[in-house]
Design a protein around this ligand. Sequence first.
Ligand code: NAP
Length: 291
Amino acid sequence: MILLDGKKTSNDIKDEIAVKVQELKAAGKKTPHLAAVIVGNNGASLTYVNAKVKACERVGFDSTLIKLPETITEEELLSKIEELNKSTEVDGFIVQLPLPAHIDEHKVTLAISPYKDVDGFHPENLGRMVLDLPTFLPATPYGIVQLLDRYDIETSGKNCVVIGRSHIVGSPMSILMSRNNKVGNCTVTLTHSRTKNLKDITKEADIIIVALGKAEFLTADMVKDGVVVVDVGITRVDDPSKKSGFRLLGDVKFDEVAPKCSHITPVPGGVGPMTIASLMMNTLQAIENRN
Ligand code: NAP
């Protein structure tokens, strides 16, 4: 079994980006600038956003963290987004999800300029992805594609099962795995909560991408020997033995599934860091598009 080490791979990508940033700076060009908007005090969201800001520092990007109160109105948030759309300083920005219930996430996604949408959630960018046109790929699926690519996982002609059909992970992932690309050309089955006999489907899979948000859902009896497993899930479970008071679990029962795998991502240290690396890649792309 080979561990798909997202931490190491994301560090490799960040090192490559840092070199490009140095070249931009040496040529007197603008330093890439990523802004992140966070609304409220959700602990997990704050952790993700801080990790993104830290990654900016590491690659040499400028970054701005915009913390807004939970009570902000939808209108106020939309006007902040408009400001960022118009900013000549900011090349790309994200609005960390989830948002408080009184704010319509779709409205927010649509308000972000597709040219600065480095999370790749805007319908224009998703449409461009479907048509195989240059775009910002959604950060998590992009990170998974990068990871499979850099580990030279053969995907062509393989049977790929995606569990979960969210707009940010499962659905775009299923499209990317079926595209005619080096990582792609799979026969994809997209499964969800209404899928019947999931185990019969996953047992036929050469590659399984698990993104449903239920800790340790995928068990050894659901997979065949030699399978490649990508675990997207992150669930916090209480753990008084940890300083933080919690630990992270993936959607895969790692200890029993891993021995059957040819390759598997760990949680933490798998898909999570790759998502951040993709965000850095998209931000660099954003400034290259502007130039
Ligand atoms: P989500 O929006 O919560 O959607 C979950 C999906 O799983 C839905 O499509 C749902 O089906 C499906 N599902 C639920 N129960 C199922 C079952 N028993 N069998 C099959 N499918 C089932 O998911 P998400 O936002 O993609 O997040 C999924 C997980 O990934 C979460 O743990 C999240 O924290 C994590 N995540 C990690 C990263 C990262 O960078 N590592 C990034 C994003 C998300 P229905 O559509 O039928 O309801």
